[in-house]
Design a protein around this ligand. Structure first.
Ligand code: ATP
Ligand code: MG
Length: 387
């Protein structure tokens, strides 16, 4: 890291200059008043004048010289004193400015620029503070990296385990399905097989969710952006839920404006988002009569997609945490709905990968999941070369 001295800005230089001018004026006024006061004192006090005369006549330099005029010497020393005061004040102000620069750098690092270090060299104790800050940032970054690595290896482990568990689970579900269809089983046996079949299904759903979440969360995840016709995609996803919605007497509507909205997106991942949101609306929209999917262009490079349903509202306190992994609203924590609380975490992860935003609003009238996505994603240079 290249060390450099604190470089003052134009404004700070002017501040220093103004400080110097004000100090000089004040010192000159002070000097003048001291001289006037001394002269006045000498003029009005005869014994003081005699005392000074006595001092002048008794003080003799080496070769018998008397210094009769002390005035210039006095002024010279006063001038030296002035210079010292001026230097001290400017130096103090300069140190304040150095501190201000260090604080600015500190804020810059705190804003998340952890690769930045304070590279100033100063000659005061402030240098120790700077060194300590740099050391602290280094150790924090190391700790963060270590934690990230641990997190990554944990995610890798979950990805691998959930992936490997799916294959035997598929066989178990397959064989249990065969057993279920076997007519020779007694009623009790059939009940046990049915329970085992359902539990195995739940396990598979959990394994799938865990696999999806950890793979999406991984830094190695690639997003394959390609033009995607939003209306067709929403209609296709909705079609997949039509039967279930009909059974529950819920009308499922798609409405986009304009209806030829095309965005840059990873279709496979975005489909997962709407699958999760619609299945949630069907599962948790107790007493719902409609689910509306709508999309509209709200800015030149921004589309807003809403997934809305009526029915029971999501409690206010839950709204803050709803996108956290494994979070489920307490009342929905029953075996009937039996989710894992990963659905919305996956949704958020996909939207983040698309440089978008998702929020949720809910009241007695309507529950809305609002997604904002850019039409075109400006990929950073480095990312485009990596992909
Ligand atoms: P998973 O999706 O992993 O199977 P899940 O559905 O319980 O499990 P999320 O999809 O993350 O998990 O949803 C979290 C919680 O948010 C749900 O448990 C549910 O209580 C609540 N929720 C989600 N969508 C709605 C909705 N449309 N209406 C009411 N509550 C909802
Ligand atoms: Mg869900």
């Amino acid at each position: 890291m290249k060390k450099k001295r604190v470089k003052l800005t134009g404004r700070e230089k002017s501040e220093l200059f103004a400080e110097a001018v004000v100090t000089i004026i004040l010192l000159l006024l002070l000097n003048l008043s001291i001289i006037i006061l001394i002269n006045l004192a000498i003029l009005t006090n005869q014994s003081l004048e005699n005392g000074i005369y006595f001092l002048k006549s008794t003080l003799i330099l080496g070769n018998g010289l008397h210094i009769w005029s002390w005035q210039r010497i006095f002024v010279f020393f006063m001038g030296c004193g002035d210079m010292l005061v001026l230097y001290w004040r400017l130096l103090r102000r300069y140190h304040q400015m150095q501190l201000r620069h260090v604080i600015q750098e500190l804020h810059y690092i705190a804003e998340g620029h952890f690769d930045h270090r304070i590279s100033f060299v100063v000659k005061t104790d402030l240098q120790k503070v700077i060194d300590s800050i740099n050391f602290l940032v280094d150790s924090t970054v190391n700790a963060m990296n270590e934690e990230r690595q641990i997190e990554q290896s944990k995610d890798d482990l979950i990805t691998n385990v959930s992936h490997d568990i799916r294959t035997p689970l598929t066989s178990i579900i397959g064989y249990l399905g065969l057993l279920k269809a076997d007519n020779s089983l007694t009623a009790d046996q059939l009940k046990y097989v049915d329970i085992a079949y359902n539990k195995a299904g739940q396990m598979k759903a959990l394994a799938n969710d865990l696999f999806d979440y950890t793979t999406l969360n991984s830094t190695k995840t690639k997003v394959n952006f390609a033009p995607l016709h939003l209306t067709s995609m929403l209609e296709q996803v909705a079609a997949g839920f039509e039967l279930e919605a009909e059974e529950k007497n819920i009308s499922l509507n798609v409405n986009t404006n304009p209806d030829d909205l095309v965005i840059d997106a990873d279709a496979e991942k975005l489909v997962r988002v709407f699958n999760n949101l619609i299945s949630n609306a069907l599962k948790y929209g107790h007493g719902a009569s409609f689910i509306n999917l709508s999309a509209k262009k709200i800015k030149a490079n921004l589309v807003e997609i809403r997934v809305e349903n009526n029915g029971e509202a999501i409690p206010k306190a839950a709204l803050q945490k709803i996108f956290e992994r494994f979070y489920r609203v307490e009342t929905s924590r029953n075996t009937k709905t039996g989710g894992t609380g990963l659905g919305l975490a996956i949704v958020k992860e996909v939207i983040d990968l698309h440089h978008g935003k998702i929020t949720c609003e809910s009241n007695e009238r309507i529950t809305s999941f609002i997604i904002h996505l850019p039409f075109k994603v400006a990929l950073p240079e480095s990312k485009t070369t990596v992909l």
